[in-house]
Design a protein around this ligand. Structure first.
Ligand code: SF4
Length: 295
């Protein structure tokens, strides 16, 4: 699914159980300790964030988790549990193997634990995650009529689900307004000088205040890929960044320049040809002492 398709995604019909936090996502119930949000740098008001996000959306049209889950809320939820502390090249095949076994709470709860562990291996903490997945299936069946709930408050009651996962399920699974702040979104929005925060949860609340709601779904969509490929935690590739001119590069350490090889040491085509022509020197014959030791 492309980002354009996500924007047109149908929202769940049954919203009768939605909490006030969902009807008004600014009124978050669990903002305890975050009542006083840190002040953002002044530049946040003039930063052309919409243009920057659009540029990134054109650069990274696909979302790795969406590819693995097809935007199905249950698969997004389980995929997010598998993805914790994993890279995509582990998460996506693991999701494929697990969903080939079962892809609903009723069917997945009956898969033997060892088979779930095997399917999601080599995902980090695969034994704990397998247990969490089974518990989630039982809880969905017992408390939510086998449906994934569509509010942050309800999602947070499920084992292993934090704000990041809850927001991803809302956004990717239901197409509802949400901001999924993972390590990439947290790091990049701080580097831009758009927020000044110390942890992802605080970043989420600040972004909810500052970012126009129509941009909420796109921010995770594009920043995950941008963070994986360009704005890396260590060694940001600002030299090839498509939004470099707008970025304040707060606390970004310049990449170490690649050491130039002196001309005299660079292999010329003549030297390479000569090396290919030269026969490999025969190994030296063992000395009498080496022969004695070998015996
Ligand atoms: S310019 Fe550098 S720090 Fe800024 S977004 Fe691009 S890669 Fe990240």
């Amino acid at each position: 699914m492309s980002y354009a398709a996500l924007k047109n995604k149908k929202q769940p019909k049954n919203t009768a159980h939605m909490t006030s936090s969902q009807e008004n996502p600014d009124a978050l119930p669990d903002a305890a300790g975050l009542k006083k949000l840190p002040k953002s740098p002044k530049r946040w008001q003039t930063l052309p964030v919409a243009d920057m996000l659009q540029t990134l959306a054109e650069t990274y049209p696909d979302h790795p988790m969406d590819d693995a889950t097809g935007g199905d809320p249950f698969k997004v939820l389980i995929g997010c549990i598998i993805s914790l502390r994993n890279k995509d090249d582990v998460t996506i095949p693991a999701c494929g193997r697990l969903f080939a076994l079962a892809d609903t709470p009723e069917t997945l709860k009956d898969v033997p634990l060892a088979a779930i562990e095997k399917a999601i291996y080599p995902s980090g903490f695969y034994k704990t995650k397998a247990q969490t997945i089974v518990t989630i299936c039982h809880d969905l069946i017992a408390h939510f009529d086998s449906q994934v709930p569509s509010t942050i408050a309800e999602l947070l009651t499920l084992k292993g689900v934090g704000r990041k996962t809850a927001n991803l399920v809302l956004g990717l699974g239901f197409g509802l307004p949400s901001i999924c702040v993972d390590t990439h979104v947290h790091r990049i929005s701080n580097r831009w000088g758009y927020v000044n925060t110390k942890d992802p949860d605080t970043t989420e609340f600040v972004l909810r205040q500052q970012l126009s709601q129509d941009l909420w779904p796109i921010i995770n969509w594009v920043m995950v890929r941008h963070g994986q490929e360009t704005c890396k935690g260590i060694g940001a590739r600002c030299d090839v960044c498509v939004i470099e001119s707008h970025c304040a590069k707060i606390d970004v350490k310049a990449r170490k320049p690649v050491a130039e090889i002196p001309e005299a040491f660079k292999p010329t085509s003549a030297k390479i040809a000569q090396a290919r022509m030269s026969p490999t020197p025969a190994p030296a014959a063992p000395t009498s002492k080496q022969r004695r030791t070998a015996r």
